[in-house]
Design a protein around this ligand. Structure first.
Ligand code: GLC
Length: 435
């Protein structure tokens, strides 16, 4: 990957992260867009601020669950579109320290996840439905966008920008090393220099030289932005951030080189907490999608919406535990791995870390399994889960296909290699140095 992405390497090696959408909206249990959808005034929404009190918030527990589930970094919504801040900002009263809980939740999150060895990311909404100087009438999303009473509303957008820049400075100054800043998002005219993005990014990088920033100061999930071009802007960001989709062929820049990317997705059907226990993707689905991302050179960021007491939903914890079980056996086929450069096999995916190629077997074959790697290039093949030997075989039924290597677990040749793990059974193929 290009030299300009050196500082992103740790994140691309980490491969798997946890997104956390948490704010006053967890109380409505439906959507973080409630104020916008229902065109609610600040006063109508105020009840949630008065009520917010997550007494069970224990970020060390969150961090431990995430790490065990294979995740290596996390991104918390320290301010979502509703404008409520999970951090103790000097520039607003609309913050968690002023609610019943009285805690700087972002600080506790950052300390706990760092202590668990995970990268720490802050999600920050560029737009803000609470600040008096954000666009109101005529905006695309603002709750008052079509409220005639706001037609002549006087506001000073520069004051909002000053507020936003000040808050980002706080986040980059008061919380130790921040690994990721995840902006959300640009729209219509509201992009790039409308956010004074050159100034903003210069400030961020002077305070946090190694920080990784997404591409949404320039665009939303539907575009790559100038990161894809030979002349990216200062605020083009360090990775592309598709949403609720895995890029069919990974993501390349306009010259055909790999770009860092991270797909984010919900674990159920909602970013925000919902009491609905259905519609969860299970560990099998998420692990397989993660493997797909890694095989295409990208990351997966899976979201959980904690509830009003500060707990992860029970079905989400179950999914994390199931993923943990798989990761315990097969983690090394994900972390530090990327594209294998071997095409997509019928039985699953390849990932690769240097001379080690990982065959992710997702479906049961009826006989010897075909690897499109010449036998003379292979040093040995082992199961990742237990280090046990996997035999290369050349039974007469394979003679039609001399360019392939075949594996099976036993002689005689009719013995079928049965998958030991129904989510994804992984074999480690060690290649000879020269290949
Ligand atoms: C969607 C949601 C937004 C969420 C974002 C995460 O755009 O509308 O609330 O934060 O996805 O990428």
């Amino acid at each position: 990957m290009d030299k300009r992405f050196q500082h992103v390497k740790w994140m691309m090696d980490a491969r798997f992260g946890l997104f956390i959408h948490w704010g006053l909206y967890c109380i409505n249990g439906v959507t973080e867009w409630k104020r916008s959808y229902e065109r609610l005034s600040i006063e109508e929404y105020e009840q949630y601020f008065e009520e917010f009190n997550p007494i069970d918030f224990n970020p060390r527990e969150w961090a431990k669950m995430a790490r065990e589930a294979g995740m290596r970094y996390a991104v918390l919504t320290v301010k979502h579109h509703e404008g409520f801040c999970l951090f103790d900002s000097a520039y607003t009263d609309y913050k968690s320290t002023n609610t019943k809980c009285g805690r700087d939740l972002a600080r506790e999150f950052a300390e706990a996840f760092r202590a668990e060895g995970l990268g720490v990311g802050f999600y920050y909404s560029l737009f803000d439905w609470h600040h008096p100087d954000y666009h109101h009438y005529g905006d695309l999303y603002h709750p008052m966008r079509d409220n005639e009473a706001y037609k002549d509303y006087q506001y000073d957008f520069n004051r909002y920008l000053e507020y936003m820049h000040n808050q980002i400075r706080e986040l980059c100054t008061n919380y130790g090393k921040i690994d990721i800043l995840w902006f959300d998002n640009s729209y219509g005219e509201m992009r790039g220099e409308k956010w004074k993005a050159t100034e903003l990014v210069s400030m961020i990088r002077s305070l946090q030289p190694d920080i990784v920033i997404n591409n949404r100061l320039e665009c939303n999930a539907s575009a790559k932005g100038s990161i894809s071009t030979a002349n990216p802007t200062v605020y083009a960001g360090d990775f592309v951030a598709p949403e609720q989709i895995i890029p069919p062929e990974g993501i390349l820049d306009d010259m055909g080189n790999d770009l860092p990317w991270e797909a984010c997705c919900t674990m159920n059907n909602s970013w925000c907490y919902t009491p609905n226990p259905y519609n969860y993707k299970d560990a099998k689905c998420l692990i397989r999608k993660l493997v797909e991302c890694v095989s295409k050179g990208g990351n997966l960021l899976v979201n959980i919406g904690p509830n009003a007491r500060g707990k992860f939903p029970k079905p989400a914890m179950k999914v994390l535990r199931d993923m943990a079980e798989w990761f315990e056996d097969y983690g090394k086929s994900i972390w530090n791995c990327g594209k294998a450069g071997l095409g997509k096999p019928d039985w699953g995916y390849y990932t690769r870390n240097g001379n080690y190629v990982y065959a992710h077997l997702l479906q049961q074959e009826i006989g010897p399994i075909a690897l499109n790697i010449p036998t003379e290039k292979i040093k040995k093949i082992r199961r990742v889960s237990d280090g046990s030997e996997v035999l290369i075989v050349r039974p007469w039924v394979t003679e039609l296909f001399p360019e392939y290597t075949f594996i099976n677990f036993q002689e005689p040749i009719q013995g079928t290699f049965l998958l030991e793990n129904e989510i994804d059974t992984v074999l480690e193929i060690e290649l000879k140095e020269e290949y």
